[in-house]
Ligand binder design. Structure first.
Ligand SMILES: *[C@@H]1O[C@H](CO)[C@@H](O)[C@H](O)[C@H]1NC(C)=O
Ligand SMILES: *[C@@H]1O[C@H](CO)[C@@H](O)[C@H](O)[C@H]1NC(C)=O
Ligand SMILES: *[C@@H]1O[C@H](CO)[C@@H](O)[C@H](O)[C@H]1NC(C)=O
Ligand SMILES: *[C@@H]1O[C@H](CO)[C@@H](O)[C@H](O)[C@H]1NC(C)=O
Ligand SMILES: *[C@@H]1O[C@H](CO)[C@@H](O)[C@H](O)[C@H]1NC(C)=O
Ligand SMILES: *[C@@H]1O[C@H](CO)[C@@H](O)[C@H](O)[C@H]1NC(C)=O
Length: 394
């Protein structure tokens, strides 16, 4: 403990010694002056000590010229014999002649018309530095007589006393208390940072919860999508099954698909609606080749030799003699009428294909009689058919 505390004690002591000792000026004497940063120091504790010996050539001075500046000292504060430490002269070319400066750093210059100085600067001065210092300026007066002036100062080494250590310990105690306060401030700052950290954590947690919620929503949407898909598949199956019940066979021609129904009662508009269920409409004949293909297909799809009527998607209802498509509404321009068709006038407004003659004829759109069964032919959008083909259970 003692070993640990010692360097701290030394630092604080040395700092406060330097602060508490005021620098002293020697009494100016005809322009000569000696100045020291401390008149007292503690060996091993005082960091820095400066002694500055100066001469200022004042106006009206008795000096006509200054020839040298000499710094000397005694061996101790109560001794009286001076020994030269350093000098600078008019002939030394601004170089201080250092005799024994006891480890000081030496600076200085010589100026006839301004100030001259010799400065000694110690870091960690030793007891050797103690003594009386004399700064002496030598020159000539106006009459050519030698002239000397000087100034003295004392630098004493003070041993470290018990009281002083106690004082410093008190100071140290105060400093420790200050540090303690600072530490507590720091602690509360750390607490604040930790609180912020926790806040951040809980925010991150909240984001996690949100993310989980979003995940749950996505899962719900996925479940819903699956449900919809299975419903759609169910629907497809049902459509497919109904197709099996209603449609007997299919063909394709120039990228279009055609579904030929099983025998059914006459009801053209109902047949058209059934075609819609499969994504199509009652076949609309756009040219004679298409009609030829469908006529051959229908003929070959019907077993036996009994000719059957096949409902197609055209009508002249409301515009007798002008045949228009049931679904797309345009004029039917390619007609392959059987002879003497069309002959039903306003009573027979729907278009049929005859499997026997492979020609067209007109007949009623709706018959309640079950004595005559016909078929119908759907023209179907390929895309819808494709979906239907993907349906499960096919
Ligand atoms: C000594 O005093 C002179 C003149 O005031 C000054 O220029 C010089 O910097 C001083 N030297 C030191 C080390 O204080
Ligand atoms: C200059 O010299 C005269 C005669 O020696 C003396 O009386 C006087 O005090 C001196 N003045 C200064 C400023 O040294
Ligand atoms: C100078 O003072 C020291 C104590 O500070 C003492 O030991 C020494 O004898 C004194 N010397 C003279 C010459 O008085
Ligand atoms: C988020 O979900 C994961 C996995 O289901 C779970 O481990 C975690 O604890 C949840 N987070 C929160 C904050 O609910
Ligand atoms: C359909 O035919 C009628 C009679 O020939 C004609 O007036 C009408 O412009 C045609 N419509 C279209 C869309 O070609
Ligand atoms: C198919 O056409 C042939 C001759 O072209 C005909 O004899 C037969 O009756 C037709 N079949 C049906 C079901 O119409």
């Amino acid at each position: 403990m003692l070993f640990n505390m010692f360097p701290v004690l030394v630092l604080i002591l040395s700092a406060s010694v330097a602060d508490s000792t005021s620098s002293a000026l020697a009494t100016p004497s005809h322009g000569v002056d000696i100045e020291t940063s401390h008149n007292q120091f503690h060996e091993g504790l005082t960091n820095q000590l400066i002694i500055n010996c100066t001469f200022t050539h004042e106006h009206g001075s008795n000096f006509s010229t200054i020839l040298s500046l000499i710094l000397s000292k005694t061996a101790s504060a109560n001794a009286s014999t001076y020994r030269e430490v350093a000098s600078i002269t008019a002939f030394s070319n601004d170089k201080v002649d250092a005799k024994d400066t006891m480890g000081a750093q030496v600076t200085g210059h010589h100026r006839v018309d301004a100030y001259s100085f010799i400065a000694l600067e110690w870091t960690h001065p030793t007891h050797q530095v103690e003594g009386k210092y004399r700064c002496q300026a030598n020159g000539m007066d106006n009459g050519g007589h030698p002239l000397s002036v000087w100034a003295d100062t004392v630098v004493e080494e003070i041993p470290i006393g018990f009281d002083m250590v106690l004082d410093k310990l008190k100071e140290m105690d105060t400093k420790i208390q200050e540090l303690d306060t600072k530490g507590k401030e720091l602690d509360s700052k750390i607490d604040a940072v930790e609180a912020k950290d926790k806040e951040l954590d809980s925010k991150i947690n909240a984001v996690d919860v949100k993310e989980n919620k979003t995940d749950a929503k996505i899962k719900a949407i996925e479940a819903r999508e699956q449900e919809m898909n299975s419903k759609l598949n169910d629907l497809r199956t049902r459509v497919e099954n109904s197709k099996d019940a209603i449609i007997s066979t299919t063909t394709s021609y120039r990228g279009h698909n055609y579904l030929l129904s099983k025998p059914i009662l006459v009801n053209v508009h109902e047949a058209n609606r059934l075609c819609r269920l499969y994504g199509g409409y009652l076949a609309e004949i756009n040219d004679k080749q298409e009609f030829q293909h469908l006529a051959d297909f229908s003929n070959s799809s019907v077993s036996g030799s009994v000719s059957t009527g096949v409902m197609l998607g055209a009508t002249d209802e409301g515009h007798e003699g002008r045949w228009t498509f049931l679904t797309s509404g345009g004029n039917m321009t390619s007609c392959v009428w059987d002879d003497p068709q069309p002959n039903g006038g306003a009573i027979e407004n729907c278009l049929y294909l005859s499997t026997g003659t492979k020609k067209m004829f007109d007949d009623a759109c709706l018959k309640y009689s079950s004595s005559w069964s016909v078929r119908f032919l759907c023209e179907v959008n390929a895309y819808i058919l494709k979906i239907s083909e993907n349906a499960p259970g096919k």
